[in-house]
Design a protein around this ligand. Structure first.
Ligand code: BGC
Length: 440
């Protein structure tokens, strides 16, 4: 192939994604702070601490750098526990702080995508049972009203809940996230309440801001049969994929779920103006009688595939294309709200980046309605139960000294967003190992 450039449509959104608890620091009033204080919950007992010190003001330099690198959008989240530190108190100072951030983005021509719930809950919500308690739906709706009223001048694309599938499974089936439960029934109850919370937020936002675009963010995990010829592998793979990927978006598209539970949620029907898809990796499932707790599936990566430093992510770029193809069934615009890899080896990050953006381009070329791409993440951040052991940033961070150092992948991403495309020269310069794959 010649020295082509994979161009993206004019107006395509290019940015990075962040979340409040992971970057702000000093988030001491939520369930994650409580979780960090408990022994054995976070790897090596690490704490979010100052995180990237955004609450101390460093959001400005980080976002300015993102803008200077050509990014025309940014996905951030609003910390519920800051806006509403107690059930009957709104913190106007916190609101002002977020307004400053959004205003700055506006001044720098960056379109904000604002996430209203990204894993963390105020401690007072947590103590009352979190999303197990249906009262949380009403509380979330009132928080959302407050936020949208406050920021409607600057933001109109709202992500209601980030990865309800991950939140429910890690917190209530695997026990890795707070509250550390392992119970399928509770998992489904939490998911149901989040579906209702999403629907309530959707209506509340549209009542305040009719032109708003509101959608959920789902982590799509590719789960394919390990042996395509073996029917039981295909069955367990599609079962796992259905449970993890489909439940939430089906519920808000159709207002019901028929399997594995029968749920009627008419209020949720049609509450999706766009779908945010987070894609990181793909796994293969094989039938195993031993794994009854995991629906009789043993999951593994493809043999010989390149894997991230801590084994969290296998490099499966075609899974990105498959994720977008899956997203088409919802007949709404799609946004890649997260994609990235944990590694200290920046070469791997660059190979991952060009291959995944290439797959997004393939989808765009079929005229699929993909409207934007958000890299996870801008600066190394606090990675939940994996603490500081996972480095996803375009910028490296020393959390002690708060010193940032630019990685070459930041330059690569800047070239891509400035060009609004990925060129042969960029791949040759930053990720020559995969040039043959992208330009055969
Ligand atoms: C989450 C992020 C997280 C990232 C990388 C996603 O599941 O939305 O908060 O840091 O994956 O692990």
């Amino acid at each position: 192939m010649g020295k082509a450039t994979f161009h993206f449509p004019r107006g395509f959104l290019w940015g990075t994604a962040t979340s409040s608890h992971q970057v702000e620091g000093g988030c001491t009033n939520n369930n994650w702070y409580a979780w960090e204080q408990e022994q054995g919950r976070i790897i090596q007992g690490q704490k979010s601490g100052l995180a990237c010190d955004w609450w101390g003001g460093r959001w400005r330099e980080d976002l300015d750098r993102a803008a200077e690198a050509g990014q025309n959008a940014h996905r951030m989240s609003i910390e519920w526990s800051r806006i509403q530190p107690e059930p009957d108190r709104w913190d106007e100072h916190a609101i002002d702080r977020y307004r400053d951030i959004l205003r700055r983005m506006f001044e720098r021509n960056m379109t904000p995508l604002v996430t209203l719930h990204h894993f963390s809950d105020p401690i007072w919500i947590y103590e009352k049972g979190g999303w197990e308690n249906p009262d949380t739906i009403v509380a979330f709706e009132s928080f959302v009203r407050k936020v949208v009223e406050a920021f409607k001048e600057y933001a109109s694309i709202w992500c209601t809940i980030n990865e309800p599938n991950v939140y429910a499974v890690l917190g209530y089936t695997m026990g890795d996230f707070p509250p550390g439960k392992k119970d399928i029934k509770t998992t489904l109850n939490v998911l149901t309440n989040q579906i209702k919370g999403h629907a309530a937020a959707y209506r509340a936002i549209h009542a305040i801001q009719p032109r708003a675009r509101v959608g959920p963010v789902i982590q799509y995990r590719g789960i394919a049969p390990k042996h395509g010829w073996f029917p039981l592998d295909s069955i367990v793979a599609s079962l796992q994929s259905h449970m993890f990927n489909n439940l939430f978006p089906y519920a808000i598209r159709d207002g019901k779920v028929s399997f594995p539970v029968n749920l009627r949620l008419p209020e949720a029907k049609g509450t999706m103006d766009f779908l945010g898809i987070n894609y990181y990796t793909k796994e293969y499932a094989s039938f195993s009688l031993k794994n009854s707790s995991e629906l009789f599936a043993r999951r593994s990566y493809r043999e010989g595939v390149e894997i991230s430093d801590n084994g969290m992510i296998a490099v499966e770029p075609e899974g990105m294309f498959e994720a977008l193809k899956w997203g088409l069934q919802f007949k709404v615009p799609l946004i890649v709200t997260e994609n990235g890899i944990e590694t200290q080896e920046d070469g791997l990050r660059r190979r991952y980046m060009v291959q995944h953006i290439h797959q997004v381009w393939r989808a765009v070329n079929f005229n699929w309605p993909v409207k934007g791409f958000f890299w996870w993440t801008l600066v190394d951040n606090f990675e939940w139960e994996r603490g500081w052991t996972q480095r996803f940033g375009l910028w490296e961070l020393d959390p002690e000294s708060q010193v940032r150092r630019k990685r070459p992948s930041a330059d690569l991403y800047a070239e891509i967003v400035r060009e609004n495309g990925l060129s042969y020269e960029m791949v040759e310069k930053y990720a020559p190992e995969v040039i043959e794959k992208l330009f055969p």
